[in-house]
Design a protein around this ligand. Structure first.
Ligand SMILES: *[C@@H]1O[C@H](CO)[C@@H](O)[C@H](O)[C@H]1NC(C)=O
Ligand SMILES: *[C@@H]1O[C@H](CO)[C@@H](O)[C@H](O)[C@H]1NC(C)=O
Length: 339
């Protein structure tokens, strides 16, 4: 009898599928463990001040239980600060530095403490020549030469290059040049010999729209909007929807290529901001006076749960970003999920 009860309980746990959210992890985030960093400092949000510390360079800061919150599990993280350290390892053919050791620890901890977690190295040069394409080689080198087992490898490379926003209405020649450069990211990723490096890219929801109308461009034999070409290039994409309620969120997902991603069988994420931005309707950051209400973690989760009634059932939520403000624990509406 007792055995049966335990078995049922286990079964129930096994049958509840983990969510597959994504989360950005920038180099620095708000750190309530720094003395003098309380609610006032949090609301003032000086991201260059002492209350912001590195998000993953010590064991205490690598708060993996953030990814294991029941019902809100994260299965992909895009982790920044992997440029100079990995570049040095390649340039000097030396994987034994303290920096590289920290990278290896971060990766192996994440992979062992969060089931099926995919960890992407994040680059965000965000320039028109897409110089991120020249950085993919450092992740490839690290994976092939520094990682001592698959748990220490990056699963992918994520690129946050928003330069296309500035040329979305420019000539076909300029837009083609950008897409060509973007496609080199996938070519560089293919050069990895140990396993396949996944590629991920972040898009603006309106990049396929010019002067209010869809703007198609022919590229590599297909004629459709830029978001669709971008979805074709990468293994997965996220759409920065810049809004906190439906139907704006779901409408912007559709503008951003949701149906195209579904038809191509590719993952597409809905990226929401939690950090302060200039317009209160674009972020879940605390704001009691905004003309649109719902600036809390609970409200954010409710919006996620409304994806299916808004016909974006298979879009996966993406939180921007860890400790900015998700998981900060310094505001009643943003509980801590670490420590
Ligand atoms: C990722 O994209 C590459 C290039 O298009 C493709 O070869 C590979 O099969 C994709 N991987 C997955 C897991 O979809
Ligand atoms: C969702 O799709 C259904 C069926 O196509 C449609 O009736 C409904 O109006 C759509 N809802 C939204 C919010 O787009």
């Amino acid at each position: 009898m007792a055995g049966g009860v335990i078995q049922n309980r286990c079964e129930r746990r096994v049958l509840t599928p983990r969510q597959k959210y994504a989360m950005y992890v920038w180099t620095d985030g708000f750190d309530r463990d720094v003395s003098g960093c309380g609610l006032t400092e949090f609301l003032a949000w000086d991201s260059r001040g002492p209350c912001f510390t590195h998000t993953w360079n010590t064991a205490e800061k690598r708060a993996w239980n953030t990814c294991n919150l029941p019902g809100r599990e994260v299965s992909a993280i895009f982790v920044s600060d992997v440029h100079q350290n990995l570049k040095r390892a390649k340039d000097t053919a030396d994987c034994s530095s303290a920096d590289i050791n920290t990278v290896r620890q971060m990766l192996s901890e994440g992979h062992s403490q969060v089931p099926n977690l995919k960890i992407y190295g994040l680059y965000a040069t965000s320039d028109l020549p897409v110089s991120e394409r020249n950085l993919v080689q450092y992740i490839v080198h690290y994976n092939d030469n520094c990682a001592s087992n698959p748990n220490e490898r990056f699963d992918g490379v994520a690129v946050n290059n928003e330069a296309y926003a500035g040329i979305k209405c420019n000539s076909d020649a300029e837009r083609t040049q950008y897409l060509d450069a973007l496609a080199e990211i996938a070519v560089e990723a293919e050069k990895q010999t140990n396993g396949h490096l996944l590629t991920h890219y972040s898009m603006g929801w309106h990049w396929g729209i010019c002067d209010g109308a869809p703007s198609a461009i022919t590229w590599r034999g297909n004629t459709y909007n830029a978001n669709h070409h971008m979805i074709d290039i990468f293994n997965s994409t996220d759409v920065q929807v810049g809004y906190i309620i439906h139907p704006r969120i779901s409408d912007r997902m559709r503008s951003g290529g949701y149906d195209h991603a579904m038809a191509a069988g590719k993952s597409i994420f809905t990226t929401v901001y939690t950090n302060p931005t200039s317009l209160c309707q674009t972020t879940f950051f605390p704001n009691g006076t905004c003309f649109i209400q719902g600036h809390s973690e609970a409200a954010m989760f409710e919006r996620f749960d409304e994806f299916s009634i808004n016909n974006i059932t298979h879009a996966r939520p993406c939180i921007h970003y860890f400790r900015g403000i998700y998981s900060t624990g310094v505001h009643a509406d943003w509980p801590s999920l670490y420590s």
